[in-house]
Design a protein around this ligand. Structure first.
Ligand SMILES: [Zn+2]
Length: 412
């Protein structure tokens, strides 16, 4: 802290105090308000807080909170403090707060909002930028993600000292990272293809086969990947396979873990050294948490966009465990629920399905179209009562998820 200029030190102190007040008055977890105030006093705060640290930025449409958590866990193998915005406050204020709270941490792993990535690269001069995937969120349409990819590409081209660790299976990510000086490519998989049928270079159709994807017209093709997610294993840059036995469920999390392992490797932490630390992560900001509610064991899954729903379906308990789907349409969720039509719900056929949330009727119409039987429920406890189940999977979008967390109490 002592190496910070006076005004930045004041700004950080003020921000910290505001964060404590915000937590004490129950107005939030305090991770943003402190940074907002601090940045108002010292607009250069983020840059000043970044000086002298080794910084890793993590961005993408899905998985950034989890991947950030996994990378921070892996770096803890170095035995030094790691600053991180573990609760997903991923714009400038959240990043400043995270570093302000850990003034002496030599490492910072920062989840970064897709739109802010270019500005954050400029102010923090990261050692590593991790690019996971890029698909439609509930708020954006296709044109917007192409624009984001273009901005990333320009920002990375101007950051020659930074290593980009990028998912080669996502064509838009490959294109965005393609102008960077140093890239480590990872075959981390891509479940959601709907936003990447066109070549970002020339606009022609992309072709897909067992070897990945390539443009039918120009030379743009999937880069060679030293790191590979191979079902339940990871193959490292030396060609060595390691079993990926994580505590977090599902393919999407194995994909996040492979990205995290490639980042750890840059810091000299091998896969065998990092894996025990990754295994300690069993829930992330309430996701995947198991909570006993009366006689029922409830598992919480967050799904904010079409790609996220596919990932959530992937980790549903096998068999016919009932599932509660909860959908709201407040500002953080996006007011428009038309994205519900991008998700294929047929996978849920044969399973008891309950639906709740402000937009449960929109969801009802959607499920009817997919011929999925369902029952309306008035929140979590009503769903438990109606299902009479001993285990219940819950898939909720952003504010519906937060409401359920408030009902069951924040366990993490
Ligand atoms: Zn092309």
């Amino acid at each position: 802290m002592s190496k910070l200029p006076l005004r930045a030190r004041f700004a950080t102190g003020l921000g910290g105090a505001a964060g404590r007040v915000s937590r004490l008055t129950g107005r939030g977890d305090g991770s943003v308000i402190g940074g907002v105030l601090g940045l108002r006093v010292e607009p250069e705060l983020l840059r000043l807080l970044a000086v002298g640290r080794q910084i890793v930025l993590v961005t993408g449409t899905n998985g950034k909170t989890t991947t950030t958590r996994l990378i921070a866990a892996a770096l803890s193998a170095l035995g030094q403090e790691v600053a991180s915005n573990a609760f997903g406050a991923n714009m400038e204020a959240g990043l400043a707060s995270a570093m302000g709270r850990a003034p002496d941490a030599p490492y910072a792993v920062l989840e970064t909002d897709e739109r802010y990535l270019p500005a954050v690269i400029k102010s923090t001069r990261p050692k590593v930028v991790t690019l996971l995937n890029l698909s439609r969120d509930q708020m954006d349409r296709a044109a917007e993600i192409w624009l984001i990819a273009r901005r990333w590409r320009e920002a990375l081209a101007q950051a020659p000292d930074c290593l980009v660790i990028a998912n080669a299976d996502d064509p838009l990510i490959a294109w965005a990272a393609g102008a960077a000086a140093n890239v480590t490519w990872v075959a981390a998989g891509q479940r959601w293809h709907e936003d990447s049928w066109c070549c970002p270079e020339c606009g022609s159709h992309l072709r897909r086969d067992d070897l990945g994807w390539r443009c039918g017209e120009c030379a743009f093709a999937r880069p060679h990947t030293p790191w590979v997610l191979d079902d339940e294993s990871v193959i490292d840059a030396q060609g060595q396979a390691h079993e990926l036995d994580l505590a977090l469920p599902g393919r999407a999390n194995r994909s996040n873990a492979v990205m995290a392992l490639a980042v750890a490797d840059f810091f000299g932490i091998g896969v065998d050294q990092a894996l025990p630390f990754l295994r300690k992560v069993s829930s992330v900001a309430g996701r995947y948490t198991l909570v006993q509610r009366g006689d029922c064991l409830v598992r919480l899954l967050l799904a904010k966009n079409p790609a996220g729903w596919l990932e959530a379906f992937d980790v549903l308990t096998r068999g016919t465990t009932p599932v509660l789907l909860a959908v709201n349409a407040q500002v953080p969720d996006g007011k428009d629920t038309s994205w519900l039509w991008d998700v294929d719900y047929r996978l849920l056929r044969g399973r008891p399905v309950l639906i709740s949330g402000e937009r449960r009727l929109d969801l009802a119409v959607r499920l009817e179209a997919d011929e999925v039987a369902f029952e309306l429920a008035d929140g979590l406890d009503d769903a438990i009562r109606r299902s009479r189940a001993t285990t219940l999977d819950v898939i909720a979008n952003y504010t519906a998820f937060q409401q359920i967390r408030t009902v069951i109490g924040r366990t993490e």
